[in-house]
Structure formats: structure tokens, C-alpha cells
Write a protein that binds this ligand. Sequence first.
Ligand code: THU
Length: 162
Amino acid sequence: MAEIKKISFDIVVYDALVDLAEHDRKLIEMSVEARANAYAPYSNFQVGAAVLLRNGEIVIGSNQENASYPSGLCAERVAVFQAGAKFPGITIEAIAITASSKDYQVSEPAAPCGNCRQSIFEYEFKQEKPIKILMMGAQGKIIQCNSIADILPLGFNNTYLK
Ligand code: THU
């Protein structure tokens, strides 16, 4: 016996920043500011992330590259790890991610890489509350996912370790 099951999820696509609620717009703007401090001399691809916590704090991150390429870290993980270190146990409400390039116009929203999805999922699974993901390129349309688990289907979590 075999059964085909479909996994699907909703996203929200906004045409422009003006269409977002004030607090979401602010979070995106913080990630745009954060990406100015990206250290990306090898890829020229600058990513900013801004993490909104339930206590109202916003923690930012940007990608930090390294001459030994795998030693660098993505913006999202710089931000969520910093949030975990600075505000342990405080629920993460949302993460905004934006990207730009020194070489071309990034017009599509910047989706988090697989490693970052897994890292964010760890916190979502622990807090038992979805983390909203807002993504934008350099500017333009914004995609919202309502949970990181949506874009990491069948994700690995700590129940497998027990
Ligand atoms: N990068 C991020 O910061 N976040 C992602 O989710 C994808 C990629 C960074 C890593 C590297 O510094 C540059 O973008 C090019 O891959």
C-alpha cells in the first residue's frame, strides 16, 4: 500500500514596502540597514537579516565571509545566533531577509539557504510558535512565509535524537 500526500503552504506576496504593516516594514528596513555592514568581498552579495523578538527587541545580522570560504556565515544565522546569545529563551516572532549585489540588481526576494532554514527551524520547533519570514531583494516585491517549517518540509528536529 502506498499513499500520495501533498504538502502545500500559503505565501503572501506584497508588491512593495508600502503594502506592509508598519512593524513588518520596519523589520525589512532594519535588514536593509544591516546588509550595509555585510563583509562580502568574495561574492559581492550582501545579505541583511533582522530578527524581531517578542520583547520588542530587534537583532540584526549580515553575512560575514572568509578567505576560507566555508568559514563564513550567512546573515540569518549571524542574526538568530546573536538573538539566542543575547536574549535566550525569548520567542522569535519574525525574521526579515534582504539582499543586494555590487554587481547586479537583485530583484527577486532573497530566500534563506538550507542551512539557515535548519538553524531557524531549531528555534521555531523549540518555541512551538511559527516564525514569520519576510524576504526581499534589493527592493521591490516582498514574499512572506508564515512559518519556517513551510519552507523546510519534513525537517529534522530533536525528537529524532531521543
Ligand atoms: N548568504 C546569506 O547570507 N544568506 C543566505 O541565506 C544565502 C547566502 C550569503 C553567504 C555568502 O556570503 C553570500 O551570501 C553568497 O552566497
